[in-house]
Design a protein around this ligand. Structure first.
Ligand SMILES: [Zn+2]
Length: 216
């Protein structure tokens, strides 16, 4: 399972496809990525209250419907603050989707094949993509937080192996935003060279007023 650090880098890569590109140095923007990119895993919280952190994990919060609701909420907040609601809708939607996409990656480790219920609540099947990783690498990247796993939730999270997994994910996923940026820049340059750039939308011009005092 991708850890929170992996989701931050995934969210930054997704944001490269939006109009927020190139603003990673803005602390507020980074906090926004970190929050929205990890929001689906807030489903650990209700389970924590009843003593089983994974009880509700990877259910409705890991669906396209949840992505839509969060994006609409962000758009509503943006509109209330006088910002561009459509822009913030697309940013939040893509960043949230990045979490679902990373959680779909199954590395073959003990907790990796759980997938995500993308079409919840209509279809509860879990979707995942199996990565053909060698076993040592799969184990290095996989953290089993399931209560039935060895050690249970918190011991697994703060274990030596937990630290290895976080470090492994930081190294593995850190290049994602850079790769996304390189792809975007290459596409823009190719588009410029081939003249593919969309023409700017013509501005609406008010019809000319009739001359009040025509000169014959
Ligand atoms: Zn998740």
């Amino acid at each position: 399972m991708p850890t929170s650090i992996a989701h931050v880098f995934g969210g930054m890569a997704a944001a490269e496809a939006t109009t927020l590109r190139g603003r990673w140095s803005d602390t507020r923007v980074l906090l926004f990525f970190a929050l929205v990119a990890n929001l689906p895993d807030a489903d650990f919280l209700p389970g924590l209250l009843v003593g089983d952190p994974v009880l509700y994990h990877r259910e409705g919060s890991h669906s396209l419907l949840a992505a839509l609701i969060v994006a609409l909420a962000c758009a509503g907040i943006a509109a209330a603050r006088g910002a561009d609601a459509r822009r913030w809708f697309s940013i939040a939607f893509l960043v949230y989707l990045s979490h679902l996409a990373l959680d779909m990656l199954a590395t073959g480790g003990p907790a990796s094949s759980t997938g995500v219920p993308l079409l919840w609540p209509l279809i509860r099947d879990r979707w995942f993509v199996e990565l053909p990783l060698p076993t040592p690498l799969a184990e290095l990247l996989d953290l089993d937080l399931n209560k039935t796993g060895p050690g249970g939730f918190f011991p697994a999270l703060v274990s030596w192996h937990g630290a290895e997994v976080f470090l492994g994910h930081a190294l593995l996923f850190a290049p994602l935003p850079l790769i996304a940026r390189l792809i975007r820049v290459a596409r823009e340059r190719l588009g410029d060279a081939a003249g593919w750039r969309p023409r700017p939308r013509p501005r609406r011009v008010r019809p000319l007023e009739p001359d009040p005092d025509p000169v014959d």
